[in-house]
Design a protein around this ligand. Structure first.
Ligand code: F6R
Length: 593
Protein backbone atom coordinates (compact mmCIF):
# COMPACT_ATOMS: atom_id res chain seq x y z
CA UNK A 1 0.00 0.00 0.00
CA UNK A 2 1.07 3.66 -0.06
CA UNK A 3 4.82 4.21 -0.24
CA UNK A 4 6.96 7.16 0.83
CA UNK A 5 10.39 8.00 -0.57
CA UNK A 6 12.44 11.13 0.02
CA UNK A 7 16.00 12.41 -0.27
CA UNK A 8 18.08 15.28 1.04
CA UNK A 9 21.75 15.63 0.21
CA UNK A 10 24.39 16.46 -2.37
CA UNK A 11 22.91 14.73 -5.38
CA UNK A 12 20.26 16.00 -7.74
CA UNK A 13 17.41 13.82 -6.56
CA UNK A 14 14.67 13.80 -9.23
CA UNK A 15 15.85 10.49 -10.70
CA UNK A 16 16.67 9.06 -7.26
CA UNK A 17 13.09 9.66 -6.11
CA UNK A 18 11.68 8.32 -9.38
CA UNK A 19 13.78 5.13 -9.02
CA UNK A 20 12.87 4.85 -5.33
CA UNK A 21 9.17 5.00 -6.19
CA UNK A 22 9.70 2.32 -8.84
CA UNK A 23 11.20 0.12 -6.15
CA UNK A 24 8.14 0.74 -3.96
CA UNK A 25 5.79 -0.17 -6.83
CA UNK A 26 5.48 -3.76 -5.63
CA UNK A 27 3.50 -2.56 -2.59
CA UNK A 28 0.58 -1.70 -4.86
CA UNK A 29 -0.49 1.80 -5.98
CA UNK A 30 -2.83 3.55 -8.37
CA UNK A 31 -1.33 7.05 -8.55
CA UNK A 32 1.88 8.80 -7.56
CA UNK A 33 3.66 12.10 -7.20
CA UNK A 34 6.97 13.86 -6.63
CA UNK A 35 7.77 17.24 -5.02
CA UNK A 36 11.14 18.91 -5.45
CA UNK A 37 12.43 21.97 -3.65
CA UNK A 38 14.33 24.56 -5.63
CA UNK A 39 13.45 28.12 -4.69
CA UNK A 40 9.87 26.95 -4.28
CA UNK A 41 8.01 23.65 -4.29
CA UNK A 42 7.67 22.06 -7.74
CA UNK A 43 5.25 19.14 -8.02
CA UNK A 44 4.35 16.46 -10.48
CA UNK A 45 1.44 14.02 -9.99
CA UNK A 46 -0.06 11.34 -12.16
CA UNK A 47 -2.32 8.31 -12.13
CA UNK A 48 -1.37 4.84 -13.36
CA UNK A 49 2.09 3.50 -14.02
CA UNK A 50 5.21 5.27 -12.72
CA UNK A 51 6.96 6.40 -15.90
CA UNK A 52 8.64 9.43 -17.40
CA UNK A 53 6.69 11.83 -19.60
CA UNK A 54 7.50 15.33 -20.89
CA UNK A 55 6.06 17.06 -17.82
CA UNK A 56 8.13 14.98 -15.43
CA UNK A 57 11.25 15.56 -17.51
CA UNK A 58 10.56 19.30 -17.24
CA UNK A 59 10.12 19.18 -13.44
CA UNK A 60 12.59 21.57 -11.81
CA UNK A 61 15.70 19.73 -10.56
CA UNK A 62 16.77 19.92 -6.94
CA UNK A 63 18.59 18.04 -4.21
CA UNK A 64 15.81 17.73 -1.67
CA UNK A 65 12.41 16.20 -2.36
CA UNK A 66 9.74 13.67 -1.47
CA UNK A 67 7.70 11.19 -3.49
CA UNK A 68 4.68 9.00 -2.87
CA UNK A 69 2.78 6.05 -4.30
CA UNK A 70 -0.91 6.18 -3.42
CA UNK A 71 -3.32 3.27 -2.96
CA UNK A 72 -6.70 5.01 -2.89
CA UNK A 73 -8.68 4.89 0.36
CA UNK A 74 -10.48 8.24 0.63
CA UNK A 75 -11.47 9.58 -2.77
CA UNK A 76 -11.03 8.14 -6.26
CA UNK A 77 -7.91 7.63 -8.32
CA UNK A 78 -7.32 11.16 -9.65
CA UNK A 79 -4.36 13.49 -10.04
CA UNK A 80 -5.96 15.83 -7.50
CA UNK A 81 -6.20 13.10 -4.89
CA UNK A 82 -2.64 11.89 -5.55
CA UNK A 83 0.00 13.03 -3.05
CA UNK A 84 1.87 15.28 -2.26
CA UNK A 85 -0.80 17.74 -1.09
CA UNK A 86 0.48 21.27 -1.14
CA UNK A 87 -0.40 23.94 1.44
CA UNK A 88 -1.81 27.38 0.72
CA UNK A 89 -0.15 28.78 3.85
CA UNK A 90 3.32 28.01 5.17
CA UNK A 91 5.08 26.75 2.05
CA UNK A 92 4.98 22.99 2.56
CA UNK A 93 3.71 19.88 0.86
CA UNK A 94 2.80 16.60 2.50
CA UNK A 95 2.47 12.85 1.85
CA UNK A 96 0.83 10.28 4.09
CA UNK A 97 0.74 6.52 4.52
CA UNK A 98 -2.18 5.13 6.55
CA UNK A 99 -5.77 6.06 7.23
CA UNK A 100 -6.89 8.97 9.41
CA UNK A 101 -9.60 7.10 11.28
CA UNK A 102 -11.19 10.26 12.70
CA UNK A 103 -11.19 11.88 9.24
CA UNK A 104 -14.95 12.64 9.18
CA UNK A 105 -14.88 14.31 12.57
CA UNK A 106 -11.79 16.40 11.74
CA UNK A 107 -13.05 17.36 8.30
CA UNK A 108 -16.48 18.46 9.52
CA UNK A 109 -14.92 20.66 12.20
CA UNK A 110 -12.74 22.26 9.50
CA UNK A 111 -15.72 22.74 7.17
CA UNK A 112 -17.50 24.54 9.98
CA UNK A 113 -14.55 26.95 10.04
CA UNK A 114 -15.03 27.50 6.28
CA UNK A 115 -11.80 25.73 5.41
CA UNK A 116 -11.72 24.98 1.70
CA UNK A 117 -10.72 21.53 0.38
CA UNK A 118 -9.30 20.73 -3.02
CA UNK A 119 -9.22 16.92 -2.81
CA UNK A 120 -11.35 14.19 -1.23
CA UNK A 121 -8.48 12.73 0.77
CA UNK A 122 -7.93 12.30 4.49
CA UNK A 123 -4.39 13.57 3.83
CA UNK A 124 -5.57 17.05 2.95
CA UNK A 125 -7.19 17.30 6.38
CA UNK A 126 -3.70 17.03 7.89
CA UNK A 127 -2.45 19.81 5.58
CA UNK A 128 -5.32 22.14 6.49
CA UNK A 129 -4.94 21.45 10.23
CA UNK A 130 -1.22 22.30 10.07
CA UNK A 131 -2.04 25.53 8.20
CA UNK A 132 -4.42 26.56 10.98
CA UNK A 133 -1.73 25.94 13.60
CA UNK A 134 0.74 28.03 11.57
CA UNK A 135 -1.78 30.86 11.47
CA UNK A 136 -1.61 30.79 15.31
CA UNK A 137 2.08 31.66 14.90
CA UNK A 138 3.35 28.24 15.82
CA UNK A 139 6.60 26.99 14.30
CA UNK A 140 6.19 24.32 11.64
CA UNK A 141 7.69 21.78 14.04
CA UNK A 142 5.17 22.64 16.75
CA UNK A 143 2.30 22.72 14.26
CA UNK A 144 3.15 19.21 12.99
CA UNK A 145 3.39 17.84 16.54
CA UNK A 146 0.05 19.37 17.59
CA UNK A 147 -1.75 18.05 14.51
CA UNK A 148 -0.13 14.61 14.54
CA UNK A 149 -1.36 14.06 18.08
CA UNK A 150 -4.93 14.69 16.88
CA UNK A 151 -4.80 11.91 14.25
CA UNK A 152 -6.33 8.53 15.04
CA UNK A 153 -5.08 5.37 13.28
CA UNK A 154 -1.73 4.15 11.99
CA UNK A 155 -0.44 7.20 10.15
CA UNK A 156 2.97 8.17 8.90
CA UNK A 157 3.56 11.52 7.24
CA UNK A 158 6.45 13.22 5.44
CA UNK A 159 6.47 16.90 4.73
CA UNK A 160 8.74 19.04 2.55
CA UNK A 161 9.16 22.60 3.80
CA UNK A 162 10.27 25.43 1.54
CA UNK A 163 10.77 27.88 4.40
CA UNK A 164 13.06 25.57 6.40
CA UNK A 165 14.53 23.66 3.39
CA UNK A 166 13.88 20.51 5.35
CA UNK A 167 12.00 17.24 5.31
CA UNK A 168 9.97 16.56 8.46
CA UNK A 169 8.44 13.12 9.01
CA UNK A 170 6.55 11.42 11.81
CA UNK A 171 5.89 7.72 12.06
CA UNK A 172 3.06 5.87 13.76
CA UNK A 173 2.28 2.30 12.73
CA UNK A 174 2.95 2.65 9.04
CA UNK A 175 6.61 1.96 8.31
CA UNK A 176 9.34 4.60 7.91
CA UNK A 177 13.11 4.13 7.82
CA UNK A 178 16.12 6.31 7.07
CA UNK A 179 18.99 5.33 4.80
CA UNK A 180 22.34 6.89 5.63
CA UNK A 181 24.53 7.26 2.54
CA UNK A 182 27.72 9.25 2.05
CA UNK A 183 25.96 11.60 -0.38
CA UNK A 184 22.84 12.20 1.68
CA UNK A 185 19.87 10.91 3.67
CA UNK A 186 17.09 8.74 2.28
CA UNK A 187 13.71 8.39 3.94
CA UNK A 188 11.37 5.63 2.83
CA UNK A 189 8.70 3.08 3.65
CA UNK A 190 11.18 0.22 3.36
CA UNK A 191 14.91 -0.43 3.21
CA UNK A 192 14.59 -2.18 -0.17
CA UNK A 193 13.78 1.09 -1.94
CA UNK A 194 17.12 2.71 -1.04
CA UNK A 195 19.16 -0.50 -0.94
CA UNK A 196 21.32 0.33 -4.02
CA UNK A 197 22.53 3.47 -2.20
CA UNK A 198 23.19 2.13 1.30
CA UNK A 199 22.68 -0.71 3.73
CA UNK A 200 23.02 1.61 6.74
CA UNK A 201 19.60 2.36 8.15
CA UNK A 202 17.97 4.10 11.08
CA UNK A 203 14.81 2.23 12.10
CA UNK A 204 12.35 4.77 13.44
CA UNK A 205 9.99 4.02 16.32
CA UNK A 206 6.37 5.07 16.60
CA UNK A 207 6.01 8.79 17.33
CA UNK A 208 9.57 9.52 16.24
CA UNK A 209 9.69 12.83 14.43
CA UNK A 210 12.66 13.21 12.17
CA UNK A 211 13.99 16.47 10.75
CA UNK A 212 16.34 16.24 7.79
CA UNK A 213 18.20 19.34 6.60
CA UNK A 214 21.04 18.80 4.13
CA UNK A 215 22.79 15.69 5.47
CA UNK A 216 21.85 16.39 9.10
CA UNK A 217 19.24 14.45 11.02
CA UNK A 218 17.61 14.91 14.38
CA UNK A 219 15.06 12.59 15.95
CA UNK A 220 12.59 13.74 18.56
CA UNK A 221 10.00 11.42 20.05
CA UNK A 222 6.77 13.38 20.33
CA UNK A 223 5.29 11.02 22.91
CA UNK A 224 8.20 11.03 25.36
CA UNK A 225 9.07 14.65 24.42
CA UNK A 226 12.73 13.78 24.12
CA UNK A 227 15.44 13.93 21.49
CA UNK A 228 16.93 10.52 20.69
CA UNK A 229 20.39 9.47 19.55
CA UNK A 230 20.58 8.49 15.87
CA UNK A 231 21.29 4.75 15.99
CA UNK A 232 22.56 3.41 12.68
CA UNK A 233 22.01 -0.27 11.98
CA UNK A 234 24.01 -2.09 9.33
CA UNK A 235 21.57 -4.31 7.46
CA UNK A 236 22.85 -7.74 6.53
CA UNK A 237 21.80 -7.53 2.92
CA UNK A 238 21.89 -5.00 0.16
CA UNK A 239 20.13 -5.54 -3.15
CA UNK A 240 21.67 -3.61 -5.98
CA UNK A 241 19.41 -4.81 -8.70
CA UNK A 242 15.83 -5.87 -8.78
CA UNK A 243 15.24 -7.36 -12.17
CA UNK A 244 13.43 -10.16 -13.89
CA UNK A 245 16.55 -11.50 -15.62
CA UNK A 246 15.41 -13.36 -18.71
CA UNK A 247 11.93 -13.97 -17.36
CA UNK A 248 8.89 -12.20 -18.72
CA UNK A 249 7.37 -11.69 -15.28
CA UNK A 250 8.64 -11.49 -11.72
CA UNK A 251 6.14 -14.20 -10.80
CA UNK A 252 7.77 -16.83 -13.00
CA UNK A 253 11.26 -15.78 -11.88
CA UNK A 254 10.20 -16.06 -8.24
CA UNK A 255 8.58 -19.47 -8.80
CA UNK A 256 11.81 -20.73 -10.38
CA UNK A 257 13.88 -19.14 -7.57
CA UNK A 258 12.41 -21.89 -5.37
CA UNK A 259 15.18 -24.15 -6.67
CA UNK A 260 17.31 -22.32 -4.10
CA UNK A 261 15.19 -20.29 -1.69
CA UNK A 262 14.17 -23.19 0.55
CA UNK A 263 17.82 -23.64 1.37
CA UNK A 264 18.31 -19.90 2.02
CA UNK A 265 15.46 -19.94 4.57
CA UNK A 266 16.84 -23.00 6.33
CA UNK A 267 20.55 -22.17 6.40
CA UNK A 268 20.20 -21.59 10.16
CA UNK A 269 22.56 -23.50 12.42
CA UNK A 270 21.07 -25.66 15.16
CA UNK A 271 22.45 -23.29 17.81
CA UNK A 272 20.64 -20.36 16.17
CA UNK A 273 17.29 -22.14 16.53
CA UNK A 274 17.90 -23.37 20.07
CA UNK A 275 16.86 -20.21 21.99
CA UNK A 276 13.41 -20.50 20.36
CA UNK A 277 13.12 -24.29 20.65
CA UNK A 278 14.13 -24.09 24.34
CA UNK A 279 11.45 -21.47 24.97
CA UNK A 280 8.87 -23.62 23.16
CA UNK A 281 9.84 -26.67 25.23
CA UNK A 282 9.51 -24.70 28.46
CA UNK A 283 6.48 -22.70 27.36
CA UNK A 284 2.78 -23.34 26.94
CA UNK A 285 0.86 -23.39 23.67
CA UNK A 286 2.44 -22.15 20.44
CA UNK A 287 0.24 -19.84 18.38
CA UNK A 288 1.31 -19.38 14.77
CA UNK A 289 -0.22 -16.37 13.03
CA UNK A 290 -0.29 -14.76 9.60
CA UNK A 291 -2.75 -13.43 7.02
CA UNK A 292 -3.50 -14.54 3.45
CA UNK A 293 -0.69 -16.71 2.12
CA UNK A 294 1.27 -16.18 5.33
CA UNK A 295 -1.83 -17.40 7.19
CA UNK A 296 -1.69 -20.64 5.22
CA UNK A 297 2.02 -21.12 5.91
CA UNK A 298 1.22 -20.46 9.58
CA UNK A 299 -1.27 -23.35 9.29
CA UNK A 300 1.33 -25.57 7.65
CA UNK A 301 3.92 -24.75 10.32
CA UNK A 302 1.43 -25.51 13.11
CA UNK A 303 0.65 -28.80 11.31
CA UNK A 304 4.35 -29.74 11.32
CA UNK A 305 4.69 -28.79 15.00
CA UNK A 306 1.68 -30.89 16.02
CA UNK A 307 2.20 -33.87 13.78
CA UNK A 308 5.97 -34.29 13.82
CA UNK A 309 7.07 -32.92 17.21
CA UNK A 310 3.80 -33.32 19.18
CA UNK A 311 3.80 -29.65 20.11
CA UNK A 312 0.54 -28.02 21.17
CA UNK A 313 0.41 -25.60 18.25
CA UNK A 314 -2.56 -23.62 16.99
CA UNK A 315 -2.70 -21.52 13.83
CA UNK A 316 -4.70 -18.31 14.08
CA UNK A 317 -5.48 -15.83 11.34
CA UNK A 318 -3.92 -12.54 12.43
CA UNK A 319 -7.20 -10.71 11.91
CA UNK A 320 -9.06 -13.24 14.13
CA UNK A 321 -6.68 -13.16 17.11
CA UNK A 322 -9.41 -11.68 19.31
CA UNK A 323 -11.22 -15.05 19.17
CA UNK A 324 -8.33 -16.58 21.13
CA UNK A 325 -6.85 -13.80 23.19
CA UNK A 326 -8.96 -14.50 26.30
CA UNK A 327 -7.39 -17.97 26.68
CA UNK A 328 -3.80 -16.91 25.87
CA UNK A 329 -1.43 -17.33 28.82
CA UNK A 330 1.83 -15.60 29.66
CA UNK A 331 3.91 -18.72 28.99
CA UNK A 332 2.42 -19.19 25.49
CA UNK A 333 4.58 -18.35 22.51
CA UNK A 334 3.60 -16.51 19.38
CA UNK A 335 5.25 -17.17 16.02
CA UNK A 336 4.32 -14.44 13.53
CA UNK A 337 4.77 -15.14 9.82
CA UNK A 338 5.00 -12.31 7.30
CA UNK A 339 6.74 -11.57 4.03
CA UNK A 340 6.62 -7.78 4.36
CA UNK A 341 6.99 -7.55 8.13
CA UNK A 342 4.50 -4.67 8.04
CA UNK A 343 1.05 -6.27 7.85
CA UNK A 344 -1.24 -4.22 10.11
CA UNK A 345 -3.43 -7.19 11.13
CA UNK A 346 -0.38 -9.19 12.22
CA UNK A 347 1.18 -6.25 14.06
CA UNK A 348 -2.04 -5.71 15.99
CA UNK A 349 -2.14 -9.38 17.01
CA UNK A 350 1.52 -9.27 18.11
CA UNK A 351 0.83 -6.20 20.25
CA UNK A 352 -2.06 -8.00 21.95
CA UNK A 353 0.05 -11.13 22.65
CA UNK A 354 2.85 -8.92 23.97
CA UNK A 355 0.41 -7.29 26.39
CA UNK A 356 -0.37 -10.79 27.68
CA UNK A 357 3.36 -11.19 28.39
CA UNK A 358 4.01 -13.83 25.68
CA UNK A 359 7.37 -14.22 23.96
CA UNK A 360 7.24 -13.33 20.28
CA UNK A 361 9.13 -15.05 17.47
CA UNK A 362 8.85 -13.90 13.87
CA UNK A 363 9.74 -15.08 10.41
CA UNK A 364 9.96 -12.17 8.00
CA UNK A 365 11.44 -11.61 4.54
CA UNK A 366 12.11 -7.86 4.60
CA UNK A 367 14.85 -6.52 6.85
CA UNK A 368 14.38 -3.72 9.37
CA UNK A 369 10.60 -4.04 9.54
CA UNK A 370 8.18 -3.55 12.40
CA UNK A 371 7.35 -7.22 13.00
CA UNK A 372 11.03 -8.20 13.41
CA UNK A 373 11.54 -5.28 15.75
CA UNK A 374 8.62 -6.34 17.95
CA UNK A 375 10.11 -9.85 18.30
CA UNK A 376 12.19 -11.57 20.96
CA UNK A 377 13.39 -14.10 18.38
CA UNK A 378 13.98 -12.71 14.86
CA UNK A 379 14.24 -15.06 11.88
CA UNK A 380 14.39 -14.30 8.17
CA UNK A 381 13.31 -16.24 5.10
CA UNK A 382 16.25 -14.67 3.20
CA UNK A 383 14.44 -15.20 -0.09
CA UNK A 384 15.56 -11.91 -1.68
CA UNK A 385 13.01 -9.33 -2.83
CA UNK A 386 9.63 -10.81 -3.76
CA UNK A 387 8.18 -8.32 -6.23
CA UNK A 388 5.14 -10.10 -7.68
CA UNK A 389 2.16 -9.24 -5.51
CA UNK A 390 1.20 -12.92 -5.27
CA UNK A 391 3.57 -14.62 -2.86
CA UNK A 392 5.28 -17.79 -4.13
CA UNK A 393 8.88 -18.35 -3.07
CA UNK A 394 8.33 -16.82 0.36
CA UNK A 395 5.45 -19.24 1.07
CA UNK A 396 7.61 -22.32 0.52
CA UNK A 397 10.50 -20.68 2.41
CA UNK A 398 8.20 -20.07 5.41
CA UNK A 399 6.96 -23.67 5.41
CA UNK A 400 10.51 -25.03 5.07
CA UNK A 401 11.74 -22.94 8.01
CA UNK A 402 8.78 -24.23 10.06
CA UNK A 403 9.73 -27.79 9.14
CA UNK A 404 13.35 -27.27 10.24
CA UNK A 405 12.19 -25.69 13.50
CA UNK A 406 9.95 -28.72 14.07
CA UNK A 407 12.70 -31.23 13.32
CA UNK A 408 15.02 -29.33 15.70
CA UNK A 409 12.37 -29.60 18.42
CA UNK A 410 12.18 -33.32 17.69
CA UNK A 411 15.99 -33.59 18.03
CA UNK A 412 16.28 -34.44 14.32
CA UNK A 413 17.94 -31.26 13.03
CA UNK A 414 20.40 -33.08 10.73
CA UNK A 415 17.69 -35.32 9.27
CA UNK A 416 15.57 -32.21 8.68
CA UNK A 417 18.41 -30.53 6.76
CA UNK A 418 18.93 -33.68 4.69
CA UNK A 419 15.24 -33.92 3.79
CA UNK A 420 15.19 -30.25 2.79
CA UNK A 421 18.11 -30.82 0.48
CA UNK A 422 16.33 -33.84 -1.11
CA UNK A 423 13.20 -31.67 -1.40
CA UNK A 424 15.17 -28.93 -3.16
CA UNK A 425 16.48 -31.44 -5.71
CA UNK A 426 12.97 -32.76 -6.32
CA UNK A 427 11.72 -29.18 -6.85
CA UNK A 428 14.28 -28.65 -9.64
CA UNK A 429 12.65 -31.55 -11.52
CA UNK A 430 9.32 -29.68 -11.65
CA UNK A 431 10.96 -27.15 -13.98
CA UNK A 432 12.01 -29.70 -16.61
CA UNK A 433 10.60 -28.65 -19.98
CA UNK A 434 8.38 -31.72 -20.39
CA UNK A 435 6.87 -31.23 -16.93
CA UNK A 436 6.20 -27.55 -17.54
CA UNK A 437 4.45 -28.44 -20.81
CA UNK A 438 2.24 -30.85 -18.89
CA UNK A 439 1.34 -28.16 -16.34
CA UNK A 440 0.56 -25.73 -19.19
CA UNK A 441 -1.87 -28.30 -20.62
CA UNK A 442 -3.72 -28.42 -17.30
CA UNK A 443 -3.75 -24.59 -17.12
CA UNK A 444 -5.28 -24.43 -20.60
CA UNK A 445 -8.04 -26.82 -19.51
CA UNK A 446 -9.06 -24.28 -16.86
CA UNK A 447 -9.18 -21.37 -19.29
CA UNK A 448 -12.86 -21.73 -20.16
CA UNK A 449 -14.05 -22.95 -16.75
CA UNK A 450 -15.75 -20.71 -14.23
CA UNK A 451 -15.05 -22.84 -11.16
CA UNK A 452 -12.45 -25.36 -10.03
CA UNK A 453 -11.81 -27.18 -6.77
CA UNK A 454 -8.65 -28.27 -5.03
CA UNK A 455 -8.68 -31.14 -2.55
CA UNK A 456 -6.04 -31.92 0.07
CA UNK A 457 -5.97 -33.71 3.37
CA UNK A 458 -3.76 -33.62 6.48
CA UNK A 459 -0.30 -32.45 5.42
CA UNK A 460 -1.77 -31.07 2.18
CA UNK A 461 -4.90 -29.37 3.45
CA UNK A 462 -3.23 -25.93 3.81
CA UNK A 463 -1.50 -26.49 0.46
CA UNK A 464 -4.94 -26.90 -1.14
CA UNK A 465 -6.05 -23.56 0.36
CA UNK A 466 -2.90 -21.76 -0.75
CA UNK A 467 -3.07 -23.38 -4.22
CA UNK A 468 -6.61 -22.04 -4.64
CA UNK A 469 -5.68 -18.55 -3.41
CA UNK A 470 -2.78 -18.43 -5.87
CA UNK A 471 -5.00 -19.22 -8.84
CA UNK A 472 -7.76 -16.83 -7.69
CA UNK A 473 -5.43 -13.89 -7.17
CA UNK A 474 -4.16 -13.65 -10.72
CA UNK A 475 -6.62 -15.53 -12.92
CA UNK A 476 -9.71 -14.09 -11.14
CA UNK A 477 -11.31 -17.54 -11.52
CA UNK A 478 -13.38 -19.00 -8.72
CA UNK A 479 -11.15 -21.73 -7.34
CA UNK A 480 -11.94 -23.18 -3.95
CA UNK A 481 -9.58 -25.30 -1.88
CA UNK A 482 -10.79 -27.51 0.91
CA UNK A 483 -10.02 -30.57 2.97
CA UNK A 484 -11.14 -33.64 1.05
CA UNK A 485 -13.25 -34.77 4.01
CA UNK A 486 -15.53 -31.77 3.48
CA UNK A 487 -16.63 -33.02 0.08
CA UNK A 488 -19.36 -35.42 1.12
CA UNK A 489 -20.68 -32.92 3.68
CA UNK A 490 -21.81 -30.45 1.07
CA UNK A 491 -19.36 -29.35 -1.59
CA UNK A 492 -19.99 -32.38 -3.79
CA UNK A 493 -23.27 -30.71 -4.77
CA UNK A 494 -21.21 -28.36 -6.96
CA UNK A 495 -19.60 -31.09 -9.04
CA UNK A 496 -21.02 -31.56 -12.52
CA UNK A 497 -19.73 -32.91 -15.80
CA UNK A 498 -16.39 -31.31 -16.61
CA UNK A 499 -15.85 -29.51 -13.25
CA UNK A 500 -12.08 -29.49 -12.71
CA UNK A 501 -11.05 -31.08 -9.40
CA UNK A 502 -7.34 -30.98 -8.64
CA UNK A 503 -6.35 -33.39 -5.86
CA UNK A 504 -3.08 -33.55 -3.97
CA UNK A 505 -2.18 -37.21 -3.58
CA UNK A 506 0.29 -38.11 -0.82
CA UNK A 507 2.57 -41.17 -0.99
CA UNK A 508 0.83 -44.54 -0.75
CA UNK A 509 2.07 -45.21 2.78
CA UNK A 510 0.50 -41.97 4.04
CA UNK A 511 -2.51 -42.28 6.38
CA UNK A 512 -4.37 -39.94 4.01
CA UNK A 513 -3.81 -41.81 0.73
CA UNK A 514 -6.97 -43.95 0.74
CA UNK A 515 -9.23 -41.08 1.79
CA UNK A 516 -7.86 -38.90 -1.00
CA UNK A 517 -8.38 -41.63 -3.60
CA UNK A 518 -11.95 -42.26 -2.44
CA UNK A 519 -12.68 -38.51 -2.71
CA UNK A 520 -11.38 -38.53 -6.28
CA UNK A 521 -13.51 -41.61 -7.11
CA UNK A 522 -16.58 -39.77 -5.83
CA UNK A 523 -16.05 -36.68 -7.96
CA UNK A 524 -15.09 -38.79 -10.97
CA UNK A 525 -18.36 -40.71 -10.66
CA UNK A 526 -20.13 -37.33 -11.07
CA UNK A 527 -18.24 -36.41 -14.22
CA UNK A 528 -15.44 -34.21 -12.79
CA UNK A 529 -12.29 -33.58 -14.79
CA UNK A 530 -9.73 -35.11 -12.43
CA UNK A 531 -6.19 -33.85 -12.03
CA UNK A 532 -3.75 -35.51 -9.62
CA UNK A 533 -0.72 -33.83 -8.08
CA UNK A 534 1.81 -36.19 -6.55
CA UNK A 535 4.02 -39.11 -7.44
CA UNK A 536 2.89 -40.38 -10.84
CA UNK A 537 3.96 -43.93 -10.00
CA UNK A 538 0.78 -44.13 -7.91
CA UNK A 539 -1.13 -47.39 -8.29
CA UNK A 540 -4.30 -45.33 -8.77
CA UNK A 541 -2.91 -43.22 -11.60
CA UNK A 542 -5.65 -44.40 -14.00
CA UNK A 543 -8.50 -42.57 -12.20
CA UNK A 544 -7.03 -39.22 -13.24
CA UNK A 545 -7.53 -37.45 -16.55
CA UNK A 546 -4.28 -35.52 -15.99
CA UNK A 547 -1.43 -36.06 -13.60
CA UNK A 548 1.31 -33.65 -12.46
CA UNK A 549 4.34 -35.44 -11.14
CA UNK A 550 5.90 -34.20 -7.88
CA UNK A 551 8.26 -36.64 -6.12
CA UNK A 552 7.17 -37.32 -2.55
CA UNK A 553 9.77 -36.81 0.18
CA UNK A 554 8.59 -38.08 3.54
CA UNK A 555 6.80 -35.49 5.70
CA UNK A 556 7.98 -32.53 3.65
CA UNK A 557 6.73 -32.96 0.07
CA UNK A 558 3.64 -30.89 0.90
CA UNK A 559 5.94 -27.88 0.42
CA UNK A 560 6.76 -28.88 -3.18
CA UNK A 561 3.13 -29.77 -3.92
CA UNK A 562 2.16 -26.07 -3.99
CA UNK A 563 4.48 -25.30 -6.93
CA UNK A 564 2.26 -26.85 -9.66
CA UNK A 565 -0.57 -24.56 -8.47
CA UNK A 566 1.71 -21.52 -8.68
CA UNK A 567 2.61 -22.55 -12.23
CA UNK A 568 -1.01 -23.26 -13.19
CA UNK A 569 -1.91 -19.81 -11.88
CA UNK A 570 0.87 -18.25 -13.94
CA UNK A 571 0.22 -20.04 -17.25
CA UNK A 572 -3.55 -19.67 -16.94
CA UNK A 573 -3.30 -15.94 -16.22
CA UNK A 574 -0.86 -15.39 -19.08
CA UNK A 575 -3.32 -17.20 -21.39
CA UNK A 576 -6.11 -14.92 -20.08
CA UNK A 577 -3.98 -11.82 -20.70
CA UNK A 578 -4.11 -10.69 -17.05
CA UNK A 579 -1.65 -8.44 -15.25
CA UNK A 580 0.61 -11.07 -13.71
CA UNK A 581 2.79 -9.14 -11.28
CA UNK A 582 0.17 -6.61 -10.22
CA UNK A 583 -3.22 -8.28 -10.10
CA UNK A 584 -6.23 -6.00 -9.79
CA UNK A 585 -7.21 -4.59 -6.39
CA UNK A 586 -4.31 -6.21 -4.52
CA UNK A 587 -1.44 -4.63 -2.61
CA UNK A 588 1.70 -6.47 -1.57
CA UNK A 589 2.13 -4.80 1.76
CA UNK A 590 -1.17 -4.42 3.62
CA UNK A 591 -0.25 -1.74 6.12
CA UNK A 592 -3.80 -0.63 6.92
CA UNK A 593 -6.63 -2.49 8.61
C1 F6R B 1 -1.00 -13.53 -1.38
C2 F6R B 1 -0.30 -12.61 -0.51
C3 F6R B 1 -1.03 -12.08 0.67
C4 F6R B 1 -0.07 -11.93 1.86
C5 F6R B 1 -0.79 -11.27 3.05
C6 F6R B 1 0.14 -11.11 4.23
O1 F6R B 1 -0.22 -13.98 -2.43
O2 F6R B 1 0.83 -12.26 -0.76
O3 F6R B 1 -2.10 -12.90 1.00
O4 F6R B 1 0.41 -13.18 2.23
O5 F6R B 1 -1.28 -10.02 2.68
O6 F6R B 1 1.26 -10.38 3.89
P1 F6R B 1 2.62 -10.53 4.65
O7 F6R B 1 3.17 -11.89 4.34
O8 F6R B 1 3.48 -9.44 4.09
O9 F6R B 1 2.34 -10.37 6.10
Amino acid sequence: MCGIFGYSGEKECNDLIFEGLKRLEYRGYDSWGIAILNGKIHQYKNIGEIKYDKMLQKLQKGNIGIGHTRWATHGGVTKINAHPHISEVGGFTLVQNGIVENFNELKSSLLKKDVHFVSETDTEVIVRLIELELLKNKSLRQAIITVFKKLKGRNTIALLSNNDKKIYAVRNGSPLVLGIATDGIYIASDTLSFSPATNEAVLLDDFDMVEIGGKNISIFNIESNQFKPVKIKKLKHQFNKIDKGNFKHFMLKEIVDQKETILFATKYLRKELLPLTDSIKKGGRVYVIGAGTAGFSAGQIAYFLRNIANIDAQEVKSYEFEQYISIVKKKDILIAISQSGETADTIEAIEAFKKKGCKIASLVNMYGTTISRLSDFEFYTNSGPEICVASTKVFTAQCAWGYLLTMTLDNRFEEGKKNLSILTKSISQIFLKSRLENIKRVANKLKNKEHAFILGKGENSYIALEGALKIKEISYKHVEGFAAGELKHGVIALIEKGTPVLSIIPSENSRDFNDMISAVEQVKARGALTVGIGNDKSSKREIFDFYINVSQVENVSSIANVIPFQLISYYLSVALGNNIDKPRNLAKSVTVK
